[in-house]
Design a protein around this ligand. Structure first.
Ligand code: FRU
Length: 454
C-alpha cells in the first residue's frame, strides 16, 4: 500500500496502538507501539511523533526503546505539574510515561515509569516496576489526574486482560499505588480486554450533567469480528466506576460499540487538554490480519483524530465523534456523473437511502449502502490479504438522530461518520490504484459533495 496522506503512519516498520497521547505546551504528542527493527510485531518500543494541529505529524527518534530485559507495551503519559514524582529539577517540568514492562525473563507484565524533562524528546527509564500484581496479563495503564470535590490524585485504569477486568488504582506520586476497585467482567467478554480509558464528558455540553465514559478494547469477538471497542457511560466517584445501565457478562446485545468497522482498535484519548476537548485516536487495524496487511516499508496507520462528545441519542447519552481534518478543495464530478477521487478525500452524502460504489481502476470495488435503519459497507471483493479480511460491516442507525454521511477516504482506508457522528465505521480497504466514486440508484450526483484533502 502507498502511504496514507491524512493518517499518521511511521516512515518505516511496524506500528500498533497509540500510546501516551499528551497535549503539552501547544504540541500534541503521539507515542505508539513500534518495532524499530522491522515490519512485524516484535521489539516493542514507544515510537514518537508530534503535531500542532493533529494533522501534520513529525516523527521523532524512538522515545522508549525495548532492551534485553523488557518489552515496552502500551500505556499513557501525564504532565507532572506539581512534580509529584520528583523527576523535575529546579525550573523543569517532567512529563511522565506510565507503561507496561513485559519481563523478558518471567513474562510478567508490570507497570513502570519513564520521564522526560525536555518536553518529550528524550526519556529516562525509572528502572523498577511501580505496580506488579505478579500477573502475565496486567497491562495498558491509562493514568489521569482526578480532581475530586475534596482531593486531587492520580488514577490509573489498567486491565487484567484475560479476566476481562478493568482495575483501578490511585497514587499521590506516581510511584506508590493503592488499589481502588475493579470493573467487570461485564458486557462484551468474548475476547480479552485491552487498552482501557476513563474520562468525564458533559451530556450535550451541560456542565450540570457530567458522566464518565469507560472505554474498553476487546479482541477478538467484537461487533464486526476480531478487534473492536465497547464503551460504558456511568459515574466515577474517585473510587469506583458504576455503569448507568449495568450489563451482565456476555450481555453483548446491549453493548455500545465505539465503532462498527473492523479497523478501530486500542483507541484512547489525550491527556493535557481541557475536559471538553476529548480527543481520540485509535490504531486502524485488527489483530485478525494486522500482520498480513500489505506493507511498503511501513505497516500500520492511526485513525484520524476524533473530537468526542456525549450527546443524547435515543434517550441516553452516547459518544459522538467529529473528525479533525485538513481544509478541502472542491472536486467536481466528471461528465458521466462519477468522481475520480483524489488520494485523500472527504465525501458528504445526503439522502435517506442510497448506494455508492468505490471502484479501484482495473480492480475490485467496495460498496456503501444505507437505509434509515443502517449503513452497510461491503469490502468482500478484497481478497488475497488474509481469509478473515473480506467482510461486510453493518452499522445500525439511531432512531431519533439523522444526518448526512461523511466519508474520509485515504490510501488504504475509509472512515464513515453517520447520524451526526454518533455512529462511526472504520475499515481498511487496500485501494491499489485510483478510486472512482459511482452513485447508484436512488443516489444522484446532486446529493454528493467531494473535497480533496491536502
Ligand atoms: C493492544 C495490545 C496491548 C499491548 C500492546 C502490545 O493492541 O495487545 O494490550 O499493550 O498491544 O503491542
Amino acid at each position: 500500500m502507498s502511504r496514507p496522506l491524512v493518517h499518521f503512519t511511521p516512515a518505516h516498520n511496524w506500528m500498533n496502538d497509540p500510546n501516551g497521547l499528551l497535549f503539552h505546551d501547544g504540541r500534541y504528542h503521539l507515542f505508539f507501539q513500534y518495532n524499530p527493527e522491522g515490519i512485524g510485531h516484535a521489539n516493542m518500543s514507544w515510537g514518537h511523533a508530534s503535531s500542532t494541529d493533529l494533522i501534520d505529524w513529525t516523527e521523532h527518534p524512538v522515545a522508549i526503546p525495548c532492551d534485553e530485559n523488557e518489552q515496552i507495551f502500551s500505556g499513557s503519559a501525564v504532565v507532572d505539574e506539581g512534580n509529584t514524582a520528583g523527576f523535575a529539577g529546579p525550573g523543569e517540568t517532567a512529563l511522565v510515561a506510565i507503561y507496561t514492562s513485559v519481563s523478558a525473563v518471567t513474562g510478567i507484565q508490570s507497570q513502570t515509569l519513564a520521564y522526560s524533562v525536555d518536553d518529550g524528546m528524550t526519556w529516562t527509564k525509572y528502572g523498577t516496576p511501580v505496580l506488579d500484581r505478579g500477573s502475565k496479563d496486567f497491562r495498558d495503564p491509562k493514568v489521569f489526574r482526578y480532581r475530586g470535590p475534596s482531593d486531587d490524585y492520580w488514577v490509573m485504569v489498567a486491565v487484567e486482560a484475560v479476566d476481562r477486568q478493568v482495575v483501578l488504582y490511585r497514587s499521590d506520586d506516581l510511584r506508590e499505588w493503592t488499589f481502588l476497585s475493579v470493573y467487570g467482567p461485564a458486557g462484551a467478554v468474548d475476547g480479552i480486554w485491552e487498552c482501557p480509558d476513563l474520562f468525564p464528558l458533559a451530556v450535550d455540553g451541560d456542565s450540570g450533567d457530567v458522566r464518565w465514559v469507560l472505554v474498553i478494547s476487546m479482541s477478538p469477538g467484537a461487533i464486526a469480528g476480531g478487534s473492536g471497542t465497547q464503551y460504558i457511560v456511568g459515574r466515577f466517584d474517585g473510587v469506583a466506576f458504576t455503569a448507568d445501565v449495568p450489563l451482565a457478562a456476555g450481555e453483548s446485545d446491549a453493548v455500545d460499540w465505539l465503532d462498527f468497522g473492523r479497523d478501530c482498535y486500542a483507541g484512547v484519548t489525550f491527556n493535557g487538554l481541557p475536559d471538553e476537548r476529548r480527543t481520540f485516536i485509535a490504531w486502524m487495524s485488527n489483530w485478525d490480519y494486522a500482520r498480513e496487511w500489505p506493507a511498503e516499508g511501513a505497516r500500520g496507520a492511526m485513525t484520524v483524530a476524533r473530537r468526542l462528545s456525549l450527546t443524547m441519542v435515543d434517550g441516553r447519552p452516547q459518544l459522538t465523534a467529529a473528525p479533525v481534518l485538513p481544509d478541502g478543495v472542491v472536486v467536481e464530478s466528471s461528465a458521466d456523473g462519477t468522481w475520480l477521487l483524489p488520494d485523500a478525500a472527504r465525501i458528504e452524502i445526503t439522502g435517506r437511502a442510497g448506494e455508492v460504489e468505490l471502484i479501484v481502476r482495473d480492480g475490485p470495488k467496495a460498496v456503501l449502502s444505507w437505509t434509515p435503519e443502517e449503513v452497510v459497507l461491503d469490502r468482500t471483493a478484497f481478497i488475497g490479504i488474509d481469509d478473515s479480511f473480506p467482510s461486510r460491516e453493518r452499522m445500525p442507525l439511531p432512531v431519533t438522530v439523522t444526518g448526512s454521511l461523511t466519508l474520509v477516504v485515504d490510501r488504504g482506508s475509509v472512515e464513515v461518520f453517520a447520524a451526526g457522528g454518533s455512529r462511526t465505521l472504520t475499515d481498511l480497504v487496500p485501494w491499489n490504484g485510483p478510486v472512482t466514486l459511482v452513485p447508484r440508484e436512488p443516489t444522484t450526483r446532486e446529493s454528493i459533495a467531494v473535497q480533496a484533502l491536502t
